[in-house]
Design a protein around this ligand. Structure first.
Ligand code: NAP
Length: 487
């Protein structure tokens, strides 16, 4: 059987190129090629820009209610096709079916629905100045460019396009080369729901393609989800034309377990914060600080539940709760970090090895891994690993643990477990992170703004403020009296 080829989705349909460079997409659980993808040539990228400009003009001319109706239809279609889309996400990413079927498509649809509803109440303001007055309009930016990471491909495409489209923009989206299919299906769904041609185009390729559009003078804003290093490159490239940017980048988030925490819940939180999506989550709480008085109890339960309850293997098996890492290269990188942890003197309390489950010997599987006896200066405690590797540290003093938690260039997420309501809010207020959880971990509803402090990002996704970040404010001053001047 010949391998299928996916092309770029431009102006409401797939556009094949005669002699495109092709790259392959691998199923992380087996190493087999799933399909091939046409890389967008510069000529095709120019076509995507022309199409997006045309589409945006038509889209912006519609009323917010008309646009919202179409976007709501798209959200319903995503939900109707939940299982089919979830399966595609599992194949592209290697994540467990049990997560994708519950989370990936639904949270994408939620954001589209949320911004569709919100956009109808976006209003300008009016203020009198003597007899004169001024008013403001929130106008779309024009053509926006979204760049996705590979860990939540469809969700990221939905979150970026939801706010951009609801505000009347067009979006050209470049998914990660490793996971390009979800964005294409979203494009098909948008078209079927009635989004005009060109309003959501999908282009394929690596950093070259990303850079081409980031530098393009017709692109008004770039929204990236990716690593901090990529964020710096994209921001530098966007500076040439002074584009607006949203940067959703990496993290090394702290999770603090106080002595008065419910230990059962704290262990659940720590496991969610390290093993969900096999640790490939930007907000992962990989630095777990446990108060020394509850450390033994916490560790005993953590190790017992990790060894007993984690099922690694076939991602499509509904019982599997730890899938395959995205690539062999990434697996090697995670294993290298684990070696570093042991070399630096941390104790490997469990896991640490590559796994080759039966019938999935070619996949990128790894044991859930927990290090104890960690210190703040260790590489495994400082750098984002992006795999199922938890570092446990101890503390005895509230002020001290806050200082240690904040001692990082990252600031994406943070969480605490405590039953003391005053401590909960006092500590959270002092943690330098954009996404915080108290007695919870990972929840990210469309209503809640998310984004990073410090090097973890700029701007926010989701929540009320994000819609406005896809608009520019026009102020209009209206003179009611006769105009006078010195000339
Ligand atoms: P990445 O390597 O930074 O890539 C992200 C995207 O940027 C990919 O589509 C990539 O293309 C593209 N890209 C690379 N170089 C570029 C350039 N010079 N110009 C324009 N685009 C460029 O990140 P990843 O490995 O896909 O994803 C993992 C990272 O994303 C982690 O650091 C994680 O924390 C972060 N993340 C953050 C959030 C958040 O909301 N804060 C959410 C999810 C993930 P190709 O890969 O196709 O070459």
């Amino acid at each position: 059987m010949s391998t299928s080829v996916i092309s770029n989705y431009i102006h409401g349909k797939y556009q094949q190129q005669g002699n495109a460079d092709l790259f392959d997409v691998i199923y992380p659980a087996t190493g087999e090629t799933l399909y091939l993808v046409e890389e967008a040539s510069p000529a095709l990228l120019e076509q995507a820009i022309v199409s997006a400009c045309q589409g945006q003009a038509q889209w912006a001319a519609m009323t917010a209610v008309e646009r919202a109706r179409i976007l709501q239809k798209a959200a319903s279609m995503l939900r109707e096709r939940n299982d089919e889309l979830a399966r595609i996400e599992v194949l592209d990413t290697g994540k467990p079916w049990q997560e994708a079927v519950e989370v990936d498509v639904q949270t994408g649809a939620d954001a589209i629905e949320y911004f569709a509803n919100l956009s109808q109440s976006m209003m300008g303001s009016q203020q009198p100045i003597g007899n004169d007055f001024f008013y403001t309009r929130h106008e779309p930016l024009g053509v926006c460019f979204g760049i996705g990471a590979w860990n939540y491909p469809l969700q990221i495409a939905c979150w970026k396009s939801a706010a951009a489209l609801a505000a009347g923009n067009a979006m050209i989206f470049k998914p990660s080369e490793e996971t390009p299919r979800g964005a294409c299906l979203l494009a098909e769904i948008f078209t079927a729901a009635g989004v005009p041609q060109g309003v959501f185009n999908v282009v394929h390729g690596d950093g070259k393609v990303g850079n081409y559009l980031t530098e393009h003078s017709e692109v008004a804003k770039v929204s990236l989800t990716g690593e901090v290093g990529t964020g710096k490159k994209v921001m530098a490239a966007a500076a040439g034309t002074l584009k607006q940017v949203t940067m959703e980048l990496g993290g090394k988030s702290p999770l603090v377990v106080f002595e008065d925490a419910d230990i059962n819940e704290a262990v659940t939180g720590a496991m969610l914060a390290n093993f969900y999506t096999q640790g490939e989550v930007c907000t992962n709480g990989t630095r777990v600080y446990v108060h020394e008085s509850v450390y033994q109890q916490f560790m005993q339960q953590l190790l017992e539940r990790t060894q007993r309850n984690i099922v690694v293997g076939d991602p499509m098996n509904p019982d599997t709760n730890l899938g395959a890492l995205i690539s062999a290269q990434h697996l090697a990188r995670v294993l290298e970090y684990i070696k570093h942890g042991s070399d630096e003197g941390a104790t490997l309390a469990c896991g640490g090895a590559q796994l080759k489950p039966q019938n999935f010997e070619g996949g990128n599987f790894i044991e859930p891994t927990i290090f104890t006896d960690c210190t703040d200066d260790m590489k495994i405690v400082q750098e984002e690993i992006f795999g199922p590797v938890m570092s446990v540290l101890t503390f005895s003093d509230e002020d001290d643990v806050i200082k240690r938690a904040n001692n990082t260039r990252y600031g994406l997420a943070a969480g605490i477990f405590t039953s003391d309501i005053r401590r909960a809010h006092r500590v959270i207020a002092r943690l330098e992170a954009g996404i915080c959880w108290i007695n919870a971990w990972g929840n990210s509803p469309a209503e809640m703004p998310v984004g990073g402090y410090k090097e973890s990002g700029i701007g926010r996704e989701n929540g009320v403020e994000t819609l406005k970040s896809y608009t520019q404010t026009k102020s209009i001053y209206v003179g009611m009296d006769t105009l006078e001047g010195p000339f």
